[in-house]
Ligand binder design. Structure first.
Ligand SMILES: CC(C)(COP(=O)(O)OP(=O)(O)OC[C@H]1O[C@@H](n2cnc3c(N)ncnc32)[C@H](O)[C@@H]1OP(=O)(O)O)[C@@H](O)C(=O)NCCC(=O)NCCS
Length: 175
């Protein structure tokens, strides 16, 4: 990854201030065909509402939000660690919303975000991480390179932004 790109964890105030930049990345990914909870068309205001909710989750201590930024502060990518779990899973966390703007891909940003999320998870005392992703998508290779184990595939788990069914692969990682 270029030295001009930095990865950092945002506190709740910073997360709220970053809502517009995060919305730009989310809208770009959905418009690019990524299956990440949203359908097309995704209005910018709806995307901003989503990130405001994330900032509230950061404020409540339920999740950690990481961003990758260029030297000018523009957000190029993001990922989250959802740490709020049931009483019988205090050691587990979910990794969610790994997004890199199309203009910044294939430069190692996602790989850097995944390394950083492992560090955050260790700091939070988490030893089992879980995530899911579209079967056959670019992200599967990313997670395997980062040491994640493939647990299995659920056919027709979700929809692509255009409405087509897609299968989902579940991964886990023991830290
Ligand atoms: C999946 C995603 C996060 C990957 O982001 P990224 O920053 O491009 O990922 P990386 O740069 O770390 O790796 C991507 C590829 O670029 C390659 N790469 C990394 N640095 C490179 C460099 N300097 N030069 C050339 N290639 C490079 C990697 O080897 C990898 O190759 P692969 O396609 O064979 O797997 C991104 O495509 C994305 O946001 N997709 C849409 C959202 C999505 O599906 N997210 C997953 C939800 S679970």
């Amino acid at each position: 990854m270029s030295e001009s790109v930095t990865v950092r964890r945002l506190n709740a105030v910073e997360a709220l201030a970053a809502v517009e930049g995060l919305a730009d990345v989310l809208v770009d990914c959905v418009e690019g065909g990524a299956s990440v909870s949203f359908m097309l068309p995704l209005a910018r205001e709806r995307a901003m509402d989503f990130w405001r909710g994330v900032a509230e989750g950061v404020e409540r201590g339920e999740r950690a939000l990481l961003v990758a930024q260029d030297h000018g502060g523009r957000i190029l990518g993001t990922v989250q660690l959802i740490t709020a779990m049931p009483d019988n899973q205090p050691h587990r966390a979910d990794v969610a919303k790994m997004l890199v703007h199309r203009s910044a891909r294939r430069a190692g940003i996602a790989q850097a975000l995944m390394a950083a999320i492992d560090d955050v998870a260790r700091c939070e005392g988490k030893t089992v991480l879980v995530l899911d992703t579209v079967t056959g998508g670019d992200a599967e290779r990313l997670y395997e390179r980062a040491g994640w184990q493939r647990a299995g595939v659920v056919p027709k788990y979700a929809l692509m932004p255009d409405g087509a069914f897609c299968a989902t692969t579940f991964f886990y990682k023991h830290l």
